[in-house]
Design a protein around this ligand. Structure first.
Ligand code: TEU
Ligand code: CA
Length: 560
């Protein structure tokens, strides 16, 4: 394996609660993952990213950790985890764990101590500030609604929580806290894992003045992002973590970075920066959000999507590295969001996969994406479980919002779209559990499930297998330079990749209509031309200057 093996890898994200339930309590678990490792190996993935399985009260489904070195009972035991890691490594796959160290759970013993008294040894593990004019220290809004500060009787002051009030932010200014976290990180690495995905890692450094955010007419609480996103000491902290721990292991690290720009992305991942290997940015995940934020759904533009992804391809072209993703446990299903989850579900899922996997960077597949799982539309808000969705709904209903309109926004954007149980087969609850699933299975599972996909050679699953296999076979996919074509087209996403004497031409139709694609002149300088992969059987194997792309058709031509 080369030192930077993660540049050639494909990562598969597992959201354990919804992946596979081995003991029929309705909750996915670690032994359920181990049961499905051969399915993942057959898909061809190299690395598994496992969302949190640590002890947690589940206020935010495990992103609120109460013991970083214990396994949540719902998911099994540390022995189950050790067995899973061993089975993953036996299959020549790797495991990265989810590191949630911007905040802990309020049920972590550190916080229980910290809130006890102002002179408690753990006091400065968290961020405490006195109130101002009888109210919170500033006007920041928490991601899950309300103020980002909560009052604590015992000490008569407030603690910061950028997410839920049960997720108090850790105080990274405190070197003792940093050392505690570094030794926990080392403990997991010494257990043999292969790296980390780091949760909102670019939030850990806050402007210590904690100034008010920009006021917004009619809003009591507003964004404080300016004062904690890519904060003043973020690079110091990441370089310290790298120097003291990460650099001593052959691992991969990917930082989840809401609000990161390509320039910052280069600072986080540049080869001489000694920070992280790659980042998840969010720019392409915000293109269907209006001025009112995530729930203010607006039509998205392909021109804007191409501009954003191309900007990141170019910015990290020579130094730094991209992660490539459409989906994760926080985002709606891409075939429903940017494709067509009815008439052209199969074609558009394959087109989206091709468009992403042929770019430069490490591709991430989120569980169920490889079989074209779609968004869900539950009848009532009581069918939903996600804290972000529920808090938004109840807050807006209090403000007089129309329930039906809120449900429409929830259908498009709720995180529960990604969290309905993995659809394994057409038996009850899609084979996810023989109990009652913690969150209902999407009712469209009878035709959309892994068993059907593995049996159908034309399935999205087998198409993903081909894409992954191509990445292993052609260096140009990993190392080739990227060049966008037709930047102003709202129908076609076309680009080239070039490497030594080779070129790939990728052309994807993002519409439900036949669209003509004029092949760029420069292509004629190549003698050898053939179709590398396409999602229509009838894709021609040879060139013409004018190609008519069918609805959601994608083609990758190999040129030399
Ligand atoms: O998400 C960080 C984040 O920015 C989320 O607020 C995300 O943008 C939002 O949910 C999209 O609607 C990470 C985890 O991925 C998420 O599951 C956690 O809820 C959050 O941090 C707090 O740990
Ligand atoms: Ca279970």
């Amino acid at each position: 394996m080369t030192k930077q093996w993660w540049k050639e890898s494909v990562v598969y994200q597992i959201y354990p609660r919804s992946f596979n339930d081995s003991n029929n309590d309705g909750i996915g678990d670690i032994n359920g993952i181990t049961e499905k490792l051969d399915y993942l190996k057959k898909l061809g993935i190299d690395v598994i990213w496992l969302s949190p399985v640590y002890e947690s009260p589940n206020d935010d489904n495990g992103y609120d950790i109460s013991d970083y070195q214990k396994i949540m009972k719902d998911f099994g035991t540390m022995e189950d985890w050790d067995h899973m890691l061993n089975e993953i490594h036996k299959r020549d796959m790797k495991l990265i764990m989810d590191l949630v160290i911007n905040h802990s759970s309020d049920e972590h013993h550190w916080f229980a101590e910290s809130r006890n008294s102002k002179d408690n040894p753990y006091r400065d593990y968290y961020i405490w500030r006195p109130g101002k004019d009888g109210a919170e220290p500033n006007n920041w809004e928490a991601a899950f609604g309300g103020s980002a500060w909560d009052y604590n009787e015992a000490t008569g002051d407030y603690f910061l929580h950028l997410f839920s009030k049960k997720q108090p932010d850790l105080n990274w200014e405190n070197p003792v806290l940093r050392e505690e976290l570094f030794s926990m990180i080392k403990w997991w690495l010494d257990k043999g894992i292969d790296g980390f995905r780091m949760d909102v890692i670019n939030f850990i450094s806050k402007d210590q003045r904690f100034p008010d955010g920009e006021p917004v007419e009619g809003k009591k609480y507003v964004s404080g992002h300016t004062y904690f996103m890519n904060g003043p000491k973020i690079h110091d902290y990441l370089q310290e973590m790298n120097q003291k721990v990460l650099s001593n292991y052959d691992i991969m690290t990917v930082g989840e970075m809401p609000g990161a720009t390509p320039e910052e992305g280069q600072l986080y991942t540049g080869k001489n920066r000694n920070e992280l290997d790659m980042v998840f940015h969010f720019e392409h995940m915000d293109i269907d959000s209006g001025a009112g934020g995530k729930w203010d759904v607006k039509p998205w533009s392909l021109v804007e999507l191409k501009k954003i992804l191309s900007k990141w391809q170019t910015a990290l072209e020579h130094d730094g590295w991209n992660s490539l993703y459409w989906n994760n446990h926080d985002q709606p299903r891409v075939v429903s969001r940017f494709g067509n989850d009815t008439t052209y579900r199969m074609e558009s899922a394959k087109m989206l996969a091709t468009t992403l996997h042929m770019m430069k960077g490490t591709p991430y597949i989120y569980q169920g994406e490889e079989i074209g799982m779609t968004n869900v539309q539950f009848d009532s808000i009581s069918d939903y479980q996600d804290i972000e969705t529920l808090n938004m709904y109840h807050e807006k209903i209090k403000d007089g919002a129309n329930p039906a309109e809120l449900m429409q926004a929830i259908y498009v954007k709720s995180r529960d779209n990604a969290r309905t149980p993995m659809q394994w087969d057409s038996t009850k609850h899609a084979g996810f559990t023989e109990g009652t699933p913690w969150l209902a299975v999407n009712p469209n599972y009878p035709p959309i499930n892994a068993e059907q996909a593995v049996a159908d050679p034309d399935s999205i699953y087998h198409y993903y297998r081909q894409l992954i296999a191509l990445r292993k076979k052609h260096d140009i996919i990993v190392h080739g330079s990227y060049q966008l074509l037709l930047p102003d087209s709202e129908e076609i996403f076309a680009y080239t990749r070039k490497y030594e004497s080779e070129c790939l031409l990728i052309a994807s139709n993002f519409t439900a209509n036949d669209i003509d694609f004029t092949v760029p002149e420069e292509i004629n300088m190549y003698n050898e031309k053939h179709l590398l992969i396409g999602n229509y059987k009838t894709s021609t194997l040879y060139f013409r200057h004018l190609i008519t792309l069918k609805p959601y058709e994608t083609r990758v031509y190999y040129l030399k």
